[in-house]
Design a protein around this ligand. Structure first.
Ligand code: PBG
Length: 310
């Protein structure tokens, strides 16, 4: 009877798998703070994607770790940059059977670790960064991304990317905007995964949101929809279920939630100590995110859940 009256059913169709690919390695590298997640080689990425497809996972989001970083994050838009090369590999591997997303940001590619270009005094230069994002979007679209996902929280980024894509005849490439992205301490393991440390002990509080604010998040979500976002994201997920609920009530576009690296790592760490049943908690947490109103959930548990739900 519980099954018959369940209000929320999590299914494999709700899941998006985040994957990391690193340039210049010949073996997949484990990420200590993300047990079970690796930095892939191009080869191991292809294999993982084929297995996810077999499991019925409908989508993936790709992050690149370049061998060299510079002030402009040039690897992000280089036609032969690691993400572009890997996007082509993935497209070749799965054809149109999976939705291929690319995280669109500069932080994995800049030597200072910020999501944008810096002014001479070291501040993030919002408008100069938009021009770089437009270049990255084109490079990712050319490499076969179905969806580009700007995660840098620059003002005007969705509009700039939409214009650039349309101009180059990529009207069919969709935008998933990291719209309500909080300056969170839960991204720590991710920064290990992409080898990012922010210069001079800096943080992202100048562009990501203050966790004390909810109305501001709604304003960011509305703005991104107004600029042409096809899907919008709330990130992190569990501490921000109220934002997902409010977004769901107010907006009619698909809502994504990102169950981020720190959220995953906490469950894994407590599970390893035998303090909780990690698999049960994972199912509970990800289902709760769906219950709150998310249509798609980016989670490092995607593969485990796809296996469990099969
Ligand atoms: C930025 C980006 C970040 C994450 C996704 N895209 C890091 C940040 O904003 O510092 C975090 C994802 C996670 O913690 O799992 N390119």
């Amino acid at each position: 009877m519980r099954r018959l009256v369940a209000e929320t059913v999590l299914g494999v169709d709700d899941l998006v798998a985040p994957l990391f690919v690193r340039e210049g390695i010949d073996q997949p590298q484990p990420i200590t703070s993300l047990p079970g997640v690796v930095q892939h080689t191009r080869e191991s990425l292809r294999k993982e994607v084929a297995e996810l497809q077999q499991l019925g996972v409908p989508a993936l989001i790709l992050f690149g770790v370049p061998a060299r970083k510079d002030a402009e994050g040039s690897g992000a838009s280089d036609r032969d940059g690691i993400v572009q090369v890997a996007l082509r590999d993935v497209r070749d591997e799965v054809g149109d059977d999976m939705v291929v997303m690319a995280d669109l940001c500069l932080d994995e590619y800049t030597d200072h670790g910020h999501c944008g270009l810096l002014t001479p005094s070291g501040e993030v230069d919002n408008d100069a960064t938009l021009e770089r994002y437009a270049e990255v979007a084109i490079a990712q679209a050319e490499a076969g991304a179905d969806i580009v996902a700007p995660s840098g929280m620059m003002d005007g980024q969705v509009l700039a990317i939409r214009d650039a894509l349309d101009e180059e005849s990529f009207e069919q490439v969709a935008i998933l905007a990291y719209a309500a992205k909080y300056a969170s301490a839960l991204y720590g393991p991710f920064r290990d995964a992409v080898d990012v440390s922010i210069a001079d002990g800096g943080d992202r509080k100048a562009y990501q949101q203050d966790f004390r604010n909810a109305r501001e998040a709604l304003e960011e979500l509305r703005a991104d929809v107004g600029e042409g976002a096809d899907l919008v994201m709330v990130k992190p997920a569990l501490a921000y279920l109220d934002i997902i609920v409010r977004a769901r009530a107010e907006l009619d576009v698909p809502i994504a939630a990102y169950h981020v690296s720190g959220e995953y790592a906490m469950v894994k760490a407590a599970g390893e100590r035998g303090w909780i049943d990690a698999d049960a908690v994972a199912l509970e947490h990800i289902t709760a995110i769906k219950r709150a109103g998310a249509d798609l959930i980016l989670t490092y548990f995607a593969r485990d859940l796809a296996e469990a739900l099969a």
